[in-house]
Design a protein around this ligand. Structure first.
Ligand code: ZN
Length: 260
């Protein structure tokens, strides 16, 4: 069965800005989905901010193995209950790929527990992405580095937790550098942050960016779900793997649920 991938796009600047609309006439989410389509192991659906429950209902997420998230202008309009629902699915094992300005999305900040700040400049600079982890599955098939002729600059310090792995480091024409491909695990879920993707530039028409996204979906995929990551059950002494006797003072009664 292919990896069921939901591409979420905020779909705001496509409606309001002519440059973005010309760049992505069918919306960024549909273009990102098109990049994934050349991998026969990936099946895609799309959702937008404007859909009921932002297209992220319990039923939709139950059918999703990997969620890709692009947002910028309307992070604050994403309902908190939907953010919590997505976080739970990630903890259970759903993959999450956060793109570009999604560094400030509610879901990324929720899962990072950090400001996720950076500094930036919109000056059409060349970005050179160095593959600094060539054996990593997300870097599969890539050259030593690749370039995007026009991109927004993001500069360090990027105030995220220290990642599990760093796959890419970007250099920009103006001289700044940025950790532009980072992996995390939260609960059982794999998370990848990928920096490029400013909406006024044709980043999601780039073949190499497409390769990175296809690799990332395959990497983030978890065949199984781990709902036990969300629970905290009491295992009583008589169910311990080894036989023990209860001793010492006790706060809790046997088999009680505990505080929540
Ligand atoms: Zn941007």
């Amino acid at each position: 069965m292919p990896i069921r991938t939901l591409v979420w796009g905020e779909n705001v600047h496509e409606q309001k800005n002519k440059i973005v609309a010309d760049n992505y006439p069918e919306g960024m989410h549909n273009q990102i989905a098109r990049l994934l389509a050349s991998d026969g192991n990936i099946s895609t659906t799309t959702a937008t901010l404007q859909d009921p429950e932002h297209g992220c209902s319990e039923a939709a997420l139950a059918q999703t193995d990997v969620l890709i998230w692009w947002g910028h202008a309307a992070h604050g309009q994403v309902k908190d209950e939907v953010v919590e629902r997505i976080a739970k699915r990630v903890w259970e094992g759903m993959g999450l790929i956060v793109l570009h300005s999604g560094h400030f999305s509610k879901i990324f900040k929720r899962l990072m527990g950090a400001p996720c700040g950076l500094h930036w400049r919109e000056a059409g600079e060349r970005e050179r992405l160095w593959v600094i982890n060539p054996g990593h599955p997300i870097a599969k098939g890539l050259p030593a580095y690749f370039e995007l002729e026009m991109e927004e600059m993001y500069g360090e310090p990027f105030s995220v937790p220290e990642p599990l792995e760093t796959v890419f480091v970007s250099w920009f024409q103006g001289g700044e550098v940025f950790r532009s491909g980072l992996t995390y695990r939260r609960g059982a879920g794999n998370i990848f942050y990928f920096r490029p993707g400013h909406e006024t530039y044709p980043t999601y028409h780039d073949d190499t960016v497409g390769q990175v996204l296809r690799n990332a979906v395959n990497w983030a995929f978890n065949k199984d779900r781990y709902p036990q990551m969300l629970t905290a059950p009491n295992t009583p002494f008589d169910e311990a793997p080894e036989q023990i006797e209860e001793r010492g003072p006790k706060l809790h009664h046997g088999r009680e649920e505990g505080f929540r």
